[in-house]
Each structure stands twice: as C-alpha cells, then as structure tokens.
Write a protein that binds this ligand. Sequence first.
Ligand code: G1P
Length: 275
Amino acid sequence: MVSIAVVPVAGHGTRLMPLTRAVPKELLPLGRKPVLQSVVEELQQCGIDDIVMVTSDRKQCVLREHFQTGAPSSIQFANQCEQLGLGHAVLCSEEFVGQNAFLIALGDAMIGLSDHASLCRRMIRIFHETDADSVIAFQSVPIERVSRYGIASVASAYKAGDEFFELSGLVEKPSTDKAPSRFAIAARYICKPDIFSLLRETKAGAGNEIQLTDALRLLIDRGGKVLGVPITDTEQRYDVGSFDSYFTAFIEAALADPECGDRVAAKLREILAKQ
Ligand code: G1P
C-alpha cells in the first residue's frame, strides 16, 4: 500500500523574485487553484490521505492557512531548517514516513489539466505488480533542456508505448553532451524507506545540493530495481519553477477552464493576430 506522500515545498522560489517574496511559489495559481492544491487533490484521488509537506517555518504559516479549511486529508508539516537540496528535504520527512513505501510529489508541479491522478495511480500499480524498489515518472525533453533535469540511463530495450523501463543509471542536470538519454524525471517518485539511509550517504552534487537523483543512482548501483514510467500526452507536467514555465502553464490552465476557456482562447487569438 502506498498511503503516505511527501510533498517538498521548501524552496525559496529565487527564480521567481520578486513574485515570491511573500507568496510561496507553490501557492501561485494555475487556473483557479494554487498549484499545491491541485497536487493535494491528485494525491487524494490516488487514495493517499496522509500528506507530509516539507517546508520552512516561514512558509508553514501561510500553507497552513490555505489548507486548514476544506482539506479532507491529514496534512502534517516537517521542518527543513536549511536549504540543502531536494534530497535533504525528503530526508527531513523520515520520522513521519516510518516504515512505509511513500510517494514523493514535488509541490511546484501539477500533472495534467483535468485528471491529475492517472500518472500516480499507474505508478502505484506498477510499483506493486513489479515489486520494484522505486518507480519514477519521466517525460521526454528536447536535448537542449536536459541540463535542467534528472536524466535516466535506460537499461531495458524500451519501445514507445511500453508502460515502464528499467534504469541502469541516473544523473542530475547533465550537460547536453553527457546526457545518457532525453528522459527527464517528472516530479513524481515512489520510494521505500531505505532511501533515507542512501540519502544520508549522499554528498552534495549538482548545484552543491543533496540530490534525490544521486541517492536513487546509489540504489541502482547497489542492485535496486528502479523503474521509469513515461508520462502520456494528457499527463504533461505543468510547473511554476521559472517564469517561462509558470506563464505558459497558467495560460494552458486558463484555456482548459470549463467556464472561461473559450473566451480566453478567443482573446488570445486576437492578441496574437496583432503581433
Ligand atoms: C528537480 C529534480 C530533477 C527533476 C525536476 C523536475 O529539479 O532534482 O531531477 O527532473 O525537479 O521534476 P529542480 O526543478 O528542483 O531543479
């Protein structure tokens, strides 16, 4: 059973200044809701009601305020005192997770525009069916963007349409010439609690941060079975990590709005026709 999720929401949003001076980037709207609310709903739709948000003291108050009314899930907060990277943020959740397999959902990324949960449901099913040690979501990215992501080395022969592939390696933010593939980690992971001891062994890597990607590579190196699940076209990842991704994600979410989408589309066509 995967019934608990860790949602890292600790970043300072430095790429989005001055927007994020007081507003956590995870509360930026994509359409009608903050991106983090869509993430919480996605988890609930997967049957996960226990959520651990890893965040700083400063952000905790406003996140609590947003979720205190109307969130049917149990949301607990783990404190990350220092910003030492995604791997370190996950390590801060250890005492909440205990001995359970758990899902990691990055709090600045929404999956899909309407059915947010199809990807994680599939990942959970594959995790159980294959007895994997870890299952990670991947999207294919253009070669010039590989240096922004964790990139997979693919072990098994993978054909388009396969539900998953096995990984033989992982590298965080490689340069274009060192990237082993164009498969980029897409904000969702399932791990077993043994990832915590691997994280404790992990030294600072890309960006001088403790990277989850590096701990997962260690798991592969030690014989762990780590599977990659490619996302489908309707499961695109919409993130608010940078201004360009945030602006385009917002436009897509607004266009998909059942009430206003058509009017937004007409207005956009009008604006673009004038350019
Ligand atoms: C993080 C991960 C990276 C992953 C990306 C998108 O990077 O470290 O492996 O590909 O999220 O899910 P960040 O965007 O925090 O730099």
